[in-house]
Design a binder for this molecule. Structure first.
Ligand SMILES: Cc1ncc(C[n+]2csc(CCOP(=O)(O)OP(=O)(O)O)c2C)c(N)n1
Ligand SMILES: [Mg+2]
Length: 609
């Protein structure tokens, strides 16, 4: 592998689709443990006239080298592909092929999800004929201004790299760019290669050398020395520094470097959703979740911090508590992407998290801060105990998650994305394994939870996967449960049924609006167990936390997907410890809205002081 090849004469004649799939099968990756595996874990697909005879034919030809997975919904398949990549810390990838039109646009939401979370995935939507011979072909949009436009142009703003393959030989330029986007940490994100259906089937004499076996590896960008000395000088001048660990810590595999850094310099850390479990939850310097969904300890310390060292975070609205948390602190950012590194007027260190932390630690020499965080941690421990203990009534989300947490083994993976749960989990979930907390909270996309669980299980077949899902998210997209049955894959679904959009109902009331349009007040109860059983899942409804734990334990010996349903209280959530900017109407007929507007304006004044 990666030896010199004869680039002179040898050619091979293949269709565009065959060349594409053959090229993908030749891409490998060296993982951090030194093992070499195929870069692509497989291709998901749903066929239609736009891909069945082109990409479909090629996937059959290469079926031994490239696994093919057939899902139920293009968005669901793409969620599974993205979760597979995330569960591999973005080091392995999957592709998704669709027909033209609705099959393609079904993937646009997932492309945005991957874009927001900086996660790699390869979209292969079919496209209208390049020859325009059968125009308008079935499912063709027919843009009135430009026949160049098809629905696949919706992928342009949600892809990190987009190309339309109008000639077979174009692959030779396009595929290396696609690989660059899937693999370079600073560029990483979704790639879309739109494939006109006639071009998929046309052949070309490709040089054999194009298909040589490649072994990729994690590219670690080293920091510029000046940026390190500038950051070290700022840190040395600070009295209360704080480190925010973001998803970049996991993508870099920087957990050990982070531990060494904080233990040597005695700086407390807090974690974003993507960065949770950068350190074990019980590490004495880990103050836990930061931001709108943060702990009292993390947010309490952040208010006092005079320097915030951000490692691999996008500094989202939730992380910064709508920019209210540490607006007076100096910000230093270690990030592979200059786009993220300059946010919040940060002094940037453009680097891989591990490389950046090691270099900064060297530059700080023996400097130590010794913050006393013990009282903050003790206060949080008490709040944690009060919120998670079983109080006997209708269970809360927090009590359910604590119960699942008790059942989970150290290396089991728990996934969640939207609703009230992610906020509760960010604060209250306790684990030590770096990849055990799988959160999609960049796009917080309802419907990621079950399809995503499938992708995680494909990435880690030896681990139990628990998906915590609200009834709203379940109803939005649960049909990849059937795909789990098809593939003989076990996932554990815990469905928290609070009869609707609990968190949005609470938000609506918090903004002064009368509650409507969120909870199912008038509908008879839905029997989710019947729904899950109809696909072949093992499904049980439980009433209490105690029963939940008994069922989850029993399910550990099962091999089919298990769905456990529990009713939860839509009105209860644990207290927040930071502000979230949700704009309230300036004028309203409702007195409650006017009141909420007044407190909103007071908050805005507070942060602009
Ligand atoms: C695809 C999508 N549509 C809408 C939203 C906005 N939204 C966020 S949470 C939520 C309700 C989720 O309901 P459920 O899954 O039952 O969780 P709960 O709020 O009850 O905890 C909605 C509508 C979203 N995040 N994703
Ligand atoms: Mg709900």
């Amino acid at each position: 592998m990666n030896t010199l090849v004869d680039r002179t004469t040898k050619t091979v004649t293949l269709t565009t689709a065959q060349a594409l799939i053959r090229y993908l099968t030749r891409q490998n990756v060296e993982l951090l443990d030194g093992s070499i595996v195929p870069l692509f874990g497989g291709i998901w697909g749903i066929y239609g006239h736009g891909n069945v005879a082109g990409v479909g034919e090629a996937l059959w030809k290469y079926r031994k080298e490239m696994p093919y997975y057939r899902g139920q919904n293009e968005q669901g398949m793409a969620h599974a592909a993205i979760a597979f990549a995330k569960a591999h810390c973005a080091r392995r990838v999957m592709g998704v092929t669709s027909s033209i039109g609705p099959g393609a646009t079904n993937m646009v939401t997932a492309a945005a999800l991957a874009h927001v979370n900086r996660l790699p995935v390869l979209f292969l939507p079919g496209d209208i004929f390049a020859s325009r011979r059968p125009d308008p072909v079935l499912q063709q949009l027919e843009n009135f201004q430009s026949p160049l436009t098809s629905v696949n142009d919706c992928f342009v703003p949600v892809s990190r790299f987009f190309d339309r393959i109008m000639r077979p030989e174009q692959l030779q330029e396009s595929l290396p760019q696609a690989m660059r986007t899937l693999l370079y940490p600073s560029e990483r994100g979704p790639v879309t290669l739109a494939l006109p259906q006639d071009i998929q089937t046309e052949s070309w004499e490709f040089p054999e050398s194009f298909f040589e076996e490649q072994v990729h590896y994690l590219i670690r960008q080293r920091p510029d020395t000046r940026s390190i000395y500038r950051a070290a000088a700022l840190l040395k001048a600070a009295k209360h520094p704080l480190l925010i660990a973001g998803g970049g810590v996991h993508y870099s595999g920087a957990e050990e470097a982070l531990k060494n850094f904080v233990e040597k310099h005695r700086i407390p850390i807090v974690e974003t959703q993507a960065g949770k479990t950068s350190l074990p939850f019980d590490h004495p310097q880990n103050l836990g979740a930061i931001g709108v969904t943060g702990t009292s300890a993390a947010n309490g310390y952040a208010k006092e911090a005079d320097l915030v060292l951000c490692v691999g975070t996008r500094l989202s609205d939730f992380t910064t508590a709508s920019k209210s948390l540490f607006q007076r602190a100096n910000i230093v950012q270690i990030n592979t992407a200059p786009f993220d590194a300059v946010k919040s007027d940060a002094k940037s260190i453009i680097a891989d998290a591990k490389e950046g932390l090691i270099a900064l630690s060297d530059a700080l020499e023996g400097e130590k801060w010794n913050a006393n965080v013990q009282p903050l941690l003790e206060e949080w421990e008490q709040i944690y105990r009060d919120s998670t203990k079983d109080s006997g009534g209708l269970p809360t989300d927090t009590q359910v998650l604590a119960s699942v947490n008790r059942i989970c083994g150290e290396t089991d993976i728990m996934i969640c994305a939207a609703g009230g749960l992610p906020g509760e989990l960010h604060k209250h979930w306790r684990s030590r394994d770096p990849i055990s907390y799988h959160r999609e909270y960049g796009y917080s996309c309802m419907g990621y939870e079950i399809a995503g669980a499938l992708g995680i299980k494909l990435a880690h077949p030896d681990r139990e996967v628990y998906s915590l899902v609200g009834d709203g998210s379940y109803l939005m997209l649960h049909t990849e449960l059937l795909t789990a049955i098809q593939l003989g894959i076990k996932i554990n679904i815990v469905l928290l049924d609070n009869r609707g959009f609990g968190c949005i109902n609470r938000l609506q009331k918090g903004c002064g609006s009368p509650p409507f349009g969120n909870l199912f007040d008038d509908l008879p109860t839905t029997d989710f167990t019947l729904n899950a059983k109809s696909y072949g899942c093992h499904a049980v409804k439980v009433q209490t936390i105690e029963e939940l734990e008994t069922v989850l334990k029993d399910n550990q010996s099962r091999s089919e997907p298990c769905v456990t349903v529990i009713n939860t209280d839509p009105q209860k959530s644990s207290p927040g410890h930071a502000w979230w900017d949700v704009a309230v109407a300036e004028i309203s007929d409702e007195a409650t809205v006017n009141k909420a507007r007044n407190s909103y304006m007071k908050q805005l004044e507070l942060i602009s002081e």
